[in-house]
Design a protein around this ligand. Sequence first.
Ligand code: ZN
Ligand code: ZN
Length: 241
Amino acid sequence: MKQITESLYQISLGAANVFLLTGDDGLTLVDTGLPGSADKLFAAVRKGGKRPEDITRIVLTHWHPDHAGSAADLQQRLGARVVAHAADADILEQGGGERPRYLTPGLVNRLVFRFFINGVSSQIPPISIDERVADNALIATAGGLRVLHTPGHSAGHMALLLEQEGVLIAGDICANVFGLAYSTVYEDITLGQQSLLKVAAKPFDQAVFGHGGPVIRNASQKLREKFEQPLDVAGKLLQTV
Ligand SMILES: [Zn+2]
Ligand SMILES: [Zn+2]
């Protein structure tokens, strides 16, 4: 576990990062990794000096298997309450599915898609969602975790703003693997850009991502600068994948 701020820890599970928040009400886990990640996650949490049994809440940024894949297993083992945005809740409860998705142009995206996304099943063990939240909801932990509905990558994607500490948990609104960049796939990249700019207008100094390392200073400004340029792919027919 890598400590980002007083309350926030990042855990890399290989395919994606997940996050642990320490609050008065116990631990909150944001995302869960691919199916079969629970033991690896528990080991990382223990190594970081925390108890997996203290996880009382699981918040899912969106339904993709690299984020929601182990949620059902963890829910069963921990009895934790699962929170997701209403627009992704049905697909999570159905155990995944197919939604139209488009590949973001560029060589890196073609390679990432070919080696890391293509062939990963879009099915996940079904999860029963205990709480369906909407934009601007406040999850009561660690001084308040603000829900920012950020459709585009997924219709029910949510980013989370840890207001007290000025940190954005960005999920997959973009990635930071080889510097800040659009994610490899979107259901609607134009909507994705609007969501990025909506988020970048909020005040936060640091940002963490589902894929890649954190941005540790001036993060909202960096997002604004990176994504405010007109989307050159807008209007072009993106490749369906
Ligand atoms: Zn995703
Ligand atoms: Zn992802």
